[in-house]
Design a protein around this ligand. Structure first.
Ligand code: ARG
Length: 395
């Protein structure tokens, strides 16, 4: 008896896999859907389709863990890959980890199977995660093996009667979790095609967002947001509310050219309202409590982290080292940030922290007692000495 476990979203790619596996002689097919904040209808649809195809289905609610252990880290690292807050990227390692847990619990399995194509980043992220947690189970990727196009998948699904329903007329390929939505495919593959309003679900068009600006106050404790507008919330509820507040004001739409791991440039659209708001607030507070030198170095650390997070390498030694450095910094990232949300724009209007390194007396134009300007003369004279010598030489 041969058994396979499919990492299942309920979408087209992962649905066609089930009849493929049956045809390949797998007697028992299991499916696992990991809920990291997809729409409830997607989660339900996955269970229905699995049942229709005779698979043994498991749904795992990983929303809390995703919020606490993944989104919170992404925020501390000011997650940014060329303007993308890494929403899809950071969910894959957790999906792999949870799928691996099911593999161990319901196994033994002869294969763990995913629906990634050979063009994207997810094949790297998921397979790394699976090899990390269940190295003894062979991995299969039927869509990639067959080099299938979308229309070939649809054709096959129709032939074998697999329930792909509206996937047929759905032009957009969408990936969604608590940290953001990603929309690809269809005419969006033309870099000069303006994103149509219909692709957006979480954000109001800035044109139709409220005419009154809205103030949001984010409270941080050691780098982690703990309250919005004075209301204390756990990470999951806080990120959900941040998505609503920012989305309502048209914040978090991203249209960009992205460089994939395999060196391919692609056009991507995202809506990440909550991530945009929270990262902006976090970065502001961090800048207030750390020295200039730390701030510049943290920007390098963040960039290196983003690179590894994009590749799905959670657990990589450098990844852990970078997070450890950040954790040292986050000890002081406590305080409040005020932001104004208005028709797609996000403006910081205030910050406050017991660890702020700012001294009004020292910086003020109106104070001459705390810092004596005349003490500067010699230091200023020495500024740019070698540049001056070089300029003379050029003459
Ligand atoms: N390009 C993004 C990434 O690799 C998102 C991919 C999401 N997939 C989708 N079908 N929209 O992180």
């Amino acid at each position: 008896m041969k058994k396979a476990l499919v990492v299942y979203s309920g979408g087209l790619d992962t649905t066609v896999i089930i009849p493929v596996l049956k045809a390949e002689g797998y007697d028992e097919v299991h499916t696992v859907t990991v809920d990291v904040g997809q729409p409830a209808s997607d989660i339900a649809q996955a269970a229905e389709r699995a049942a229709i195809l005779g698979a043994v289905h498991t749904t795992i609610d990983a929303k809390k863990e995703f919020a606490e252990d993944y989104c919170t880290v992404a925020m501390a690292m000011n997650a940014d890959y060329f303007g993308y807050p890494l929403s899809t990227s950071i969910a894959r390692p957790l999906i792999a980890k949870k799928a691996a847990e099911v593999a161990l619990e319901k196994g033994p399995f002869d294969a763990v199977v995913h629906g990634c194509t050979g063009k994207g980043n997810d094949q790297f992220r998921l397979e790394f995660g699976l090899r990390l947690h269940v190295p003894h189970i062979p991995i299969k990727a039927p869509v990639r093996e067959r080099n299938w196009t979308r229309s070939e998948e649809i054709e096959y699904a129709e032939k074998v009667g697999a329930p792909i329903g509206q996937s047929k007329d759905k032009i957009w390929s969408i990936d969604e979790n608590l940290w953001g939505r990603s929309i690809e495919g269809g005419r969006l593959e033309e870099p000069n095609f303006a994103p149509p309003e219909e692709i957006f679900q979480w954000t109001a068009s800035p044109l139709h967002a409220p005419d009154e600006p809205q103030t949001v106050i984010v409270d941080f404790q050691h780098g982690k947001p703990v309250a919005l507008n004075g209301q204390e919330l756990d990470s999951l509820s806080l990120i959900t509310l941040a998505n609503q507040l920012a989305g309502h004001n048209g914040i978090g739409r991203i249209d960009m050219m992205e460089d994939r791991m395999i060196g391919m440039k692609v056009r991507e659209n995202y809506e990440c309202p909550g991530a945009t708001l929270l990262i902006r607030a976090h970065k502001e507070l961090e800048g207030y409590v750390v020295t200039g030198a730390e701030r510049k170095f943290k920007a390098l650390v963040d960039q290196q982290w983003a690179e590894l997070a994009y590749c799905g390498l959670w657990g990589d030694p450098l990844f852990d080292d970078l997070v450890a450095f950040s954790n040292q910094i986050q000890k002081r990232v406590t305080g409040k940030v005020w932001l104004q949300l208005y028709k797609g724009s996000l403006t910081v209007t205030g910050r406050e922290s017991p660890y702020g390194l700012y001294s009004e007396a020292i910086a003020s134009f109106d104070d001459s007692t705390t810092f004596s300007q005349s003490a500067m003369e010699g230091m200023v004279k020495a500024h740019g000495l070698s540049s001056l010598i070089y300029a003379r030489l050029k003459e």
